[in-house]
Design a protein around this ligand. Structure first.
Ligand code: ZN
Length: 475
């Protein structure tokens, strides 16, 4: 009798569109080879039948910033370890190169090899006028998604770029995302059957309002929200979706956290021949501007009413994906001089996507496990063309997370194993945690302990989605 690599016995497998089915998950040679009720001999048998346990596909975090405050060869290890803790088996790096891609992309791809514990893919940010001309080159390297930072322009165009590999110097740069750069990127992406990710804030509105708020001596996250009002998100989404409409392009609006931004997405979808996907982040579902400066982020945390509206959009399908917008920084640097104006935007979050969504979504009765799987695995894998990822199905990679819906644990930065030494969820008790993370048939995390090896994580070179259905999914 043949012996397979792994058997997850009597698992409750969550499959969107079908439901929760009790099956043995049979894994061999990195893949799921059967979902059956038959017994089989395996080198490793995991009992999936314990009350509270469910098998879900490994999460795909489509929005991760790492390699900015430590170089990629180090950040890849620390942040993919954190991903493994949180049940994330594929992380997508938001690469920010302040140089031509032709000159520097290979160095980054090379330096990130051999350091990841989970699988990873790259998005390429369009930060310089010549970048859109390099999109074909990027496609040749397996990058089929491109990011625009509409928030960066003029006097508010400064941003930390990715460090050069093997260096520890911060790289600051000025970005001027003109209407021309927006149009050039969206048009070129459409012609290559690629998708454009958009940070949608209007820099003109933000620049004026930030100066006003600062001049009035305001501080704190509420001031930050006033200084970067949701109207600016609405205006930027309206602009970029109009451009996309002209080219029949696919857009993915990142980190939506306000009611007005949701209105703009719904409006764009109602009269558009383009496809507009929408992402939110866990923090827009759990935090408001009443929180302290650790919660400084762009776009800002908003009001209670906005949080309720984002939940509604998560529940009713307006939101397609949950991304973390993870920024691997440390608290001392983040806080600047202690006021909201000098603090850095962004905080870590990849490890807490699933615990937050399980605790605040599933266990509070807002969303089903099936909906969770759509948001955290199925949709990001389809939208970004990650083949073999996103669902527990025969022939797919055996990227499986066993979650314990009953497990309660207090969040502390230490348990998240990131380079970051803080979390906005510090002290919160969350109910529902990954207890096994399995990547391509290998256990990489068990009970909060990462046992995966550095270098096991593989770069996923993607191909453009040439034929798309009305839903934007490859046929
Ligand atoms: Zn981001």
């Amino acid at each position: 009798m043949t012996v397979v690599d792994m058997l997850i016995r009597d698992a409750r497998v969550v499959i969107p569109g079908i439901g929760i089915v009790e099956r043995n998950i049979v894994v061999d040679d990195c893949k799921v080879i059967a979902l059956s009720n038959d017994g089989v001999d395996a080198d490793l048998v995991i009992d999936g039948s314990r009350p509270g346990l469910y098998a879900i596909p490994g999460a795909v975090d489509p929005h991760v910033h790492y390699g900015v405050f430590t170089p990629i060869e180090r950040a890849a290890e620390t942040e993919s370890r954190s991903a493994a803790v949180g049940g994330v088996t594929t992380m997508m790096r938001m690469l920010r190169l302040y140089a031509p891609y032709r000159e520097r992309l290979d160095t980054h791809l090379e330096a990130s090899k051999g350091s990841h514990i989970v699988d990873y893919a790259y998005h390429a940010s369009m930060l310089m006028d010549e970048h859109p001309e390099e999109m074909e080159f990027c496609v040749g390297k397996g990058i089929t998604s491109f990011k625009l930072y509409m928030n960066l322009r003029g006097d508010i165009g400064s941003i930390y770029m990715d460090m050069d590999p093997y260096s520890s110097d911060l790289v600051q740069g000025m970005v001027d995302t003109t209407e021309r750069l927006v149009e050039a990127t969206v048009a070129k992406a459409a012609s290559l059957s690629c998708i454009t990710l958009v940070h949608a804030e209007d820099p003109g509105i933000c620049s004026v309002r930030m100066k006003e708020a600062r001049a009035r001596g305001l501080d704190g996250l509420k001031a930050w929200s006033t200084a970067r009002p949701a109207e600016s998100e609405h205006k930027a989404i309206a602009f970029v979706t109009d451009v996309a409409e002209r080219y029949g392009a696919e857009l993915y609006i990142v980190h939506i956290g306000s009611s007005l931004a949701i209105d703009a997405v719904i409006d764009a979808r109602s009269h558009s021949n383009s496809r507009v996907y929408a992402e939110t982040c866990p923090h827009y579902l759990t935090h408001t501007y009443e929180f302290d400066i650790r919660g400084k982020v762009v776009p800002p945390l908003r009001s209670k009413d906005d949080v309720a509206r984002v939940w509604e959009a998560v529940i009713n399908g307006v939101i397609d994906c949950i991304g973390s917008d993870h920024v691997a920084n440390r608290l001392a640097m983040k806080m600047g001089h202690g006021d909201v104006w000098t603090a850095l935007a962004g905080f870590p979050g990849t490890a807490t996507i699933l615990p937050v969504m399980l605790s605040e979504g599933v266990n509070k009765g807002r969303i089903t496990l099936e909906r969770l799987v759509e948001l955290t695995s199925l949709n990001p894998a389809r939208i970004f063309g990650l083949e073999g990822k996103g669902s527990i199905a025969v022939g797919n990679d055996a990227d499986i997370v066993l979650i314990d819906l009953d497990k309660e644990q207090r969040v502390r930065p230490e348990i998240l194993c990131s380079y970051s030494d803080y979390t906005i969820y510090d002290g919160m008790v969350l109910k529902g945690w990954p207890i096994y993370t399995i990547l391509r048939g290998r256990v990489i995390m068990e009970d909060g302990i990462v046992v995966g090896e550095r270098g096991y994580g593989r770069y996923i070179a993607r191909a453009p989605k040439h034929i798309t259905t009305r839903d934007g999914f490859t046929q």
